[in-house]
Design a protein around this ligand. Structure first.
Ligand SMILES: [Zn+2]
Length: 246
């Protein structure tokens, strides 16, 4: 049985190198870690780039932001290891105030040109809110998605974008495919039935962020089952897939 479905009849995805780009430690593990683990098990290299220091993600008044940053970075490293991922890089921009600045884009371009991914996974920046889910998407998530898209196309590809990078040896790179997380819309579905347990294990590693892992596991399974049910999969993750032709 096929393990992935493209509603646009795009070819089967077989990434050599995947780069996940997200605002906070845990974002990629909530949205895409079944997919990360699936491709890692098939031989893909999986890398993460986390843009902020995650220093605001607590209700614990006794925890200093720099302590929280350290805790969250260790949690992210553990989670990625569980998934079979290779490296995680932290850029440490201040949590809660991420701006799609020239400085941020320059940092992302450097990573794209170093890792040379054929697939980039990030969040759909157009996802501002969901009335049906009663939520506003965190502004850092939107900025991270927008900055990632801007860097994939055209900035990482063009040697004249930030020409000092080219002069420093960062050779331009074309990413072939983007997978965007959008909670309500998907055109690409991946069967994660074999990796759902790894996804839950990875989320368990984020102990500072998850109060009740049993409840989170139930919610993750329900959500993944909902995505999978129309496609014959027990559990699935879905994305908006864009194969770049230029
Ligand atoms: Zn987040």
């Amino acid at each position: 049985m096929t393990e992935q479905i493209s509603l646009l009849n795009q070819p089967t995805l077989k990434p050599k190198i995947i780069l996940g780009i997200a605002a906070h430690p845990d974002d990629l593990d909530f949205s895409a870690s079944g997919t990360m683990a699936y491709f890692a098990s098939k031989g893909s290299e999986v890398h993460y780039l986390i843009l902020t220091d995650g220093g605001q993600g607590t209700s614990d008044k006794n925890l200093a932001p720099d302590q929280l940053t350290k805790i969250r970075q260790i949690e992210q490293q553990k989670a990625l290891k569980i998934l079979g991922g290779k490296t995680v890089q932290f850029l440490d921009y201040p949590d809660g105030n991420l701006v799609n600045s020239p400085e941020l884009k320059k940092d992302i371009i450097k990573t794209i040109r170093t890792i040379k991914p054929d697939v980039v996974i990030t969040m759909d920046p157009t996802m501002v809110y969901s009335a049906s889910r009663g939520m506003i998407n965190h502004p850092d998530h939107r900025v991270a998605g927008q900055a990632a898209l801007d860097c994939v196309y055209p900035l990482a590809r063009d040697h004249l974008a930030y020409p000092e990078l080219y002069a420093q040896g960062y050779i331009p790179h074309k990413t072939k495919t983007i997978l965007l997380t959008n909670f309500d819309t998907q055109n690409y579905i991946l069967d994660i039935s074999e990796t759902i347990d790894l996804k839950i294990q990875a989320l368990k590693a984020h102990t500072s962020q998850i109060e009740d892992i049993q409840q989170t596991a139930i919610w993750i399974k329900q959500n993944s089952a909902n995505i999978g049910k129309n496609h014959g999969y027990q559990y699935a993750e879905g994305f908006i897939r864009i194969d770049l032709r230029v």
